[in-house]
Structures are given as structure tokens and as C-alpha cells.
Design a protein around this ligand. Structure first.
Ligand SMILES: NC(=O)c1ccc[n+]([C@@H]2O[C@H](COP(=O)([O-])OP(=O)(O)OC[C@H]3O[C@@H](n4cnc5c(N)ncnc54)[C@H](OP(=O)(O)O)[C@@H]3O)[C@@H](O)[C@H]2O)c1
Length: 252
């Protein structure tokens, strides 16, 4: 529910409706001095595609402070290939870094690794020199190692039976990026070393975290909802977002 706090989603949606949570394109008309016609921009999050018509529209009308200049080294298509999933992945990696989990800290877990947020997180972490253990339920996960750069794979059921079943698991990982929630997130928190950090940005498996089974002398929960809100409403200021200001990558 916090996720929706600032965007006041109207449910059921009003039809007709054009969805699309992100968009890239050229400014046709601008009522502000911030953007000029012809300038390339992108927008992700805020209320785009919810109470306003979204990125699948040929033309969209948005408040100027939702838009960011398209980075010079990125095409509109590339920006949308990364999209909101790429932004969430980047922000998650940034939060790991801000929590002090450097590439030499040890192995880092990524769940939901086969697609979306998880797959981009694996690729970013590999590029930055992290040793990534990718958790997936897919029977054919070869692309995770061959293309995206995961150092090792772990089947999702094997992971939860090894790390989530007991009150406390072996401290094996320096950190993690969770896109799944539920038992997987529980297992990640239990298997994280002292000083480690786990970010979470999704709950496709379960919205419930078995808190009493997770908290131990090794783990504590910090700023748990703040990042989730920020993902939707990220201010365009220095330090936020690779798209806009060259910093990079948050959730958790
Ligand atoms: N896409 C975005 O723009 C974005 C942005 C921010 C946050 N999120 C949130 O991040 C989460 C992941 O989104 P996504 O777009 O990356 O992909 P997704 O299609 O929602 O699912 C991600 C992965 O989670 C695993 N998964 C799916 N259902 C599961 C289940 N019932 N139990 C356990 N694992 C399950 C699967 O991974 P394996 O096949 O590898 O096991 C799946 O590929 C979602 O909760 C989403 O709301 C998404």
C-alpha cells in the first residue's frame, strides 16, 4: 500500500486508457523553459500510465518535472530496453554500494534473475566486478551465466530449502538483490553475513515476510519502505538515477 501512497491510483481505472509506465521521445511542445521542442527526453515512474495516459501513446502530455534529458550516449530505444526495470535494478545496486557491500565483500545473490529487474541487476553487478549467485526457478537458465555474467546458479527451491527453512542459516553471502519476496527474501536475509545488505523491490511470490523467523543477532531491517516509494517518485536531482545525473543505481 505504501507503494501507491503518492500516486493515488484510481481503481477501477477509467476507460478508455492507454498504459505504459515509461516513455522516451522528442519534445513537441513545452510550456516551460526546462525543455525545448526537439529535445530528447525520457520519463519513468511518477503517475505515467496510471491516472495519466502512458508510454504506449504516440503523444503524451506530462508535467515537466517528470522528464529527464535523454543521456547523450543512449538512444530512445536503448533507454526503453532498460526501462523501469533497469532503473529499479540500478537503484538496487546503488543501495548495495551505499550499504558498503563492495565487489570484494563476497558473493552477492540476485533472485528472480531470469528476467526483468533481476536479469539487469545480474549484468550490472557482473560488470562492476561482483561475483553473482543467480537464483531462478527456470529449468533453462543458461543465459544467466553465458550472457549476463552470473558466476553460479542456484535453483529457487534448493535455495529456500537450504536457507529459509531454519531460523538461522549459514552466513554465506555479502548481500543480495531480491525481486521475489516471501521465502526467498527470508532465505537471503538469513544467509547474509555480518555487515551485509539485502535490497528488495518486488513480491511476486509473497508479500508476507516471516519476520520473527528472520530477525536474528545478524540482521536488522532498515529503511524498508522508503526505497520502494522512491522508485516511483525519484526526484531529478544530482545523485539520483543513471538516466538523469550519472550516478546510478536503490530500493530496500
Ligand atoms: N519491471 C519493472 O519495471 C519493475 C520495477 C520495480 C519493481 N518491480 C517489481 O519487481 C518484481 C520483479 O519484476 P520483474 O519485472 O523483474 O519480473 P516478473 O515477471 O514480475 O518476475 C520476476 C521473476 O520472479 C520469479 N517469480 C515469478 N513468480 C514467482 C513465484 N510465484 N514464486 C517465486 N518466484 C517467482 C521468476 O524468476 P525466475 O524465473 O528466475 O525464478 C520471475 O521471472 C515485481 O514484484 C515487480 O513489481 C518491477
Amino acid at each position: 500500500m505504501r507503494y501507491l501512497r503518492h500516486v493515488s491510483v484510481v481503481w477501477p481505472p477509467r476507460f478508455p486508457h492507454v498504459p505504459g509506465i515509461d516513455a522516451a521521445g522528442e519534445v513537441i511542445r513545452s510550456k516551460t523553459d526546462s525543455f525545448k521542442p526537439g529535445e530528447k527526453v525520457l520519463v519513468t515512474g511518477f503517475d505515467l500510465g496510471m491516472n495519466t495516459w502512458g508510454g504506449f501513446g504516440g503523444y503524451i502530455s506530462i508535467p515537466a518535472d517528470w522528464a529527464l534529458p535523454l543521456p547523450a550516449n543512449m538512444t530512445e530505444k536503448e533507454a526503453m530496453i532498460f526501462g523501469t526495470a533497469g532503473l529499479a535494478a540500478g537503484l538496487s545496486v546503488q543501495q548495495l554500494l551505499l550499504s558498503g557491500v563492495q565487489p570484494d565483500a563476497g558473493k552477492v545473490l540476485v533472485s528472480g534473475a531470469s528476467v526483468g529487474v533481476g536479469s539487469i541487476a545480474v549484468a550490472i553487478l557482473d560488470k562492476m566486478g561482483y561475483r553473482v549467485t543467480a537464483i531462478t526457478g527456470r529449468p533453462d537458465p543458461d543465459h544467466l551465466m553465458i550472457i549476463l555474467g552470473a558466476a553460479e546458479l542456484m535453483n529457487r527451491n534448493d535455495f529456500t530449502s537450504t536457507f529459509a527453512a531454519e531460523p538461522l542459516a549459514a552466513a554465506k553471502y555479502a548481500g543480495g538483490i531480491d525481486c521475489v519476496g516471501g521465502e526467498v527474501l527470508s532465505g537471503m536475509l538469513k544467509s547474509t553475513m555480518y555487515g551485509g545488505a539485502v535490497t528488495t523491490c518486488g513480491m511476486v511470490a509473497l508479500s508476507e515476510l516471516k519476520f520473527h523467523r528472520v530477525v536474528s543477532y545478524r540482521s536488522y531491517i532498515k529503511g524498508s519502505y522508503q526505497g520502494i516509494q522512491d522508485r516511483c517518485i525519484i526526484p531529478a536531482k544530482p545523485g539520483y538515477g543513471r538516466y538523469g545525473n550519472g550516478c546510478g543505481l536503490c530500493c530496500g
